[in-house]
Design a protein around this ligand. Structure first.
Ligand code: ADP
Ligand code: GLC
Length: 506
């Protein structure tokens, strides 16, 4: 019997969630969505691994151990729990309970997916297969069976596979089992699929017939995301435009066929932003609050940013901000590639300043350090910093995101909320959230370009800088327009709620 959909029991299965573990937007998205769904009245819980970075002293230990049948034996772990902190300023919904699977062998090390020496841990398929199976065992342990198991990205993609081929089959609903549970798979990034040697599959303890029926086979390798796509009740990605793009080979990362096959079960739901954390009216990292009707605080943020980054303190010169993981996805080859990228010529030719924050590929870190030492108007912090990311969003005039592809992108939405005009490539969620400047009418909220090349980035930054010096009133109007946009998670949470309902009542 389908459950009442007014109050659903939802289990978010994820490898990242703020404030506990984060490498990118996945962590922001999962936690904010969980809180927004809880506010709609649902009972939302999150399950994730307990990495070394998560301090056990701040968590509550559940009694007894968790046994997870894997690899023909049993893996044992401890379980910890905590209540997800609800931000001040956000009106509270039901509390969101977070469970942490604490397995020393799999998660007792530095790094979430890898470290500097081993970027993708050799045992990742086992680590996350174990995690996916433990989601079910945890429910048994706490005697709480969700209506919806919502898996995020490849690390949780075996959840739909286990549900379809192990946990759900042949079990009657009377037994308080997973018989009525449905699974949802959200793809935050199709570029990461979890492809490993298929010999690792035996560790799941599923039969080899499942390997083929679930479509895990990928040219004689095991593709975890592909299995999730084939088995989930519904699949979605994080913007409507990226959903369309991924149905074609150009953006489908070889899974466009699998996605087309799921056809009407696949859709795009735009992420929101956590407006309690990303709000210039009450951002503790900014020197002064500001809002669309009182922008004085933004000038103070710009001054603070220039000072912090060692740039000349000058309100007249436009500051371009950028925050990103240094990976190919973000267009870093075209921007920072040695003797090719456009950052050098942009800073040499134009009267602007550039403030960069990020880390990632070593060659790019070297190039960025080198630019920093050679150019007085280019300054960078290599590393991760919440504080600086808020200061850049608040203090910069423009925000650059020349992404090769972008499933949704959060920073351009943070930028709009902070009156910082995005300069973005016309792709994925960037195209769904930024409207191009029309210099005849003054309309728009940012600057877009189609072609990913050093020349296009150069020209579009040049266009934005031209508007800064020559169309001041358009710039001011665009800022206000962007700040008035509503990117709250409430709207996205309503769409997820409909998705859950359609999976529960097909
Ligand atoms: P992705 O998830 O592909 O990295 P998003 O734009 O969705 O891209 O989200 C990136 C998130 O990570 C944003 O919240 C951004 O501010 C944050 N972030 C990325 N790099 C850094 C960094 N070096 N310091 C602080 N925050 C960062
Ligand atoms: C991924 C994507 C990014 C998206 C984020 C949250 O990391 O690269 O575009 O915003 O997930 O969904």
């Amino acid at each position: 019997m389908a459950p009442s959909t007014s109050r659903l029991k939802i289990l978010m299965c994820t490898s990242e969630a703020v404030p506990y573990a984060k490498t990118g937007g996945l962590a922001d998205a999962v936690s904010a969505l969980a809180l927004a769904l809880a506010k709609l009245g649902h009972e939302v819980r999150i399950i994730m691994p307990r990495y070394y970075g998560v301090n056990r002293e701040k968590l509550e230990k559940l009694e007894g151990a968790l046994g997870v049948p894997m690899g023909g034996g049993e893996q044992w772990s401890a379980v910890y729990a905590a209540k997800m902190p609800a931000k001040s300023g956000a009106s509270r919904g039901n509390p969101v309970q977070v469970y942490f699977i604490d397995h020393e062998g799999f998660f007792g090390r530095d790094g979430i997916y890898g470290n500097a020496f081993e970027p993708d841990f050799l045992d990742n398929s086992r680590r996350f297969a174990f995690f996916c199976r433990s989601c079910f065992q945890l429910c048994r342990k706490i005697d709480w069976y969700p209506d919806v198991m919502h898996a995020h990205d490849w690390p949780a993609a075996l959840v739909p596979v286990f549900l379809k081929y192990g946990e759900r089959r042949g079990i009657s609903s009377e037994t308080g089992s997973f018989a009525d549970t449905v699974s949802i798979l959200t793809i935050h990034n199709l570029g990461y699929q979890g492809i490993y040697g298929k010999d690792n599959f035996s560790f799941t303890s599923l039969g080899w017939d499942v390997f083929y029926q679930a479509g895990l086979d990928d040219w004689n390798m095991m593709n975890l995301l592909k299995g999730g796509i084939n088995c989930a009740g519904k699949i979605n990605t994080v913007s409507p435009n990226y959903a369309r793009e991924t149905l074609s080979p150009g953006h489908g990362f070889r899974l466009d066929g699998a996605l087309r096959y799921r056809g009407s079960d696949y859709s795009g739901i735009l992420n929101g932003i956590d407006t309690a954390t990303w709000n210039p009216r009450r951002d503790p990292y900014l020197p002064a609050p500001y809002a669309a009707d009182d922008m004085a605080g933004k000038a103070k943020a710009k001054e603070a940013l220039q000072r912090k980054f060692g740039l000349r303190e000058d309100p007249e010169v436009p500051v371009i901000g950028m925050i990103c993981r240094l990976t190919e996805q973000k267009g870093i080859g075209e921007l920072f590639g040695p003797a090719y990228g456009s950052a050098w010529s942009i800073c040499r030719d134009m009267n602007l300043q550039f403030a960069f924050l990020g880390s990632g590929e070593t060659w790019a870190e070297h190039e960025i350090r080198s630019l920093s030492s050679r150019l007085p108007n280019f300054k960078a912090h290599i590393g991760y910093s919440e504080e600086l990311s808020h200061l850049i969003e608040g203090g910069a005039d423009f925000f650059l995101m020349p992404s090769r592809y972008e499933p949704c992108g959060l920073n351009q939405m943070y930028s709009l909320a902070y009156g910082t005009l995005p300069i973005v490539r016309n792709t994925g969620g960037l195209a769904d959230t930024v409207q191009n400047y029309n210099q005849d009418t003054g309309e728009g909220t940012g600057f877009l370009f189609d072609d990913l090349s050093p020349g296009s980035i150069y020209n579009t930054v040049g266009w934005a800088v031209w508007a800064w010096y020559n169309r001041k009133s358009d710039i001011e109007a665009m800022r206000i327009r962007g700040m008035k946009k509503n990117f709250s998670w409430h709207k996205s949470a309503l769409e997820y709620q409909s998705l859950y309902k359609s999976a529960l009542n097909p």
